[in-house]
Design a protein around this ligand. Structure first.
Ligand SMILES: O=P(O)(O)OC[C@H](O)CO
Length: 194
């Protein structure tokens, strides 16, 4: 049964809402900005409402399967790890875009929100905001895909430090490792560019 739940969670993550909303608004997100099929490029192409809707749906496809399975008591212990990683992996390896998915940031926030009742999402969001301010202070407002990717991954390392300091349970630390590994994979192109 666990295999079925993992498959459903992966399938949920693979639904490319921002990309599809972009098509509905007559934009191919692959040609916008850095080409990522996510909410930020949807916002750039089609405006605030479209972008916010895309980010919300990409968040929910990670949040809902994990929250429902955890809330129903269907999964517990280490079984949480593949369930939590599945939506993030689904977004990064979606069959709907020939297995070339997106960066998986919005879905990561959704999964962590379900796993920790929004605590880690809040910590991560504050961390990313502080890193952004620091980088902008150093680089004077200019940004790059590589710099953005470095902030995403470095921010996750700070989150790990927080989790260790707060003695989070072992299965959540394994969730962190699984999701971090997918984020490294989903940002690999940013480190090849430039
Ligand atoms: O990480 P994604 O693919 O959900 O996209 C979210 C943002 O657009 C990333 O810039």
């Amino acid at each position: 049964m666990l295999t079925l739940w993992i498959a459903i969670s992966w399938l949920s993550g693979s639904l490319m809402f921002s990309y599809w909303l972009g098509l509905m608004a007559r934009h191919n997100l692959g040609t916008i900005g850095d080409g990522n099929p996510g909410g930020v490029n949807l916002y750039k192409a089609a405006g605030f409402r479209w972008g916010l809707t895309g980010i919300a749906l990409d968040f929910l496809k990670g949040y809902l399967p994990v929250a429902i399975l955890l809330g129903s008591g269907t999964i517990e212990g280490m079984a949480i790890v593949p369930i939590a990683a599945a939506p993030v992996l689904g977004h990064a390896t979606t069959p709907f875009l020939k297995f070339k998915g997106g960066k998986a940031i919005a879905v990561t926030f959704g999964v962590w929100s379900a796993l920790t009742q929004f605590e880690i999402s809040l910590v991560y969001a504050v961390t990313l905001a502080v890193l952004l301010l620091i980088v902008r202070g150093i680089k004077g407002g200019s940004s790059s895909s590589r710099s953005d990717a470095a902030q995403i991954l470095f921010g996750m390392l700070i989150v790990l430090g927080y989790m260790l300091a707060r003695h989070f349970p072992r299965e959540l630390l394994w969730c962190w490792l699984a999701i971090f590994s997918v984020l490294v994979y989903s940002h690999r192109r940013e480190f090849r560019k430039e």
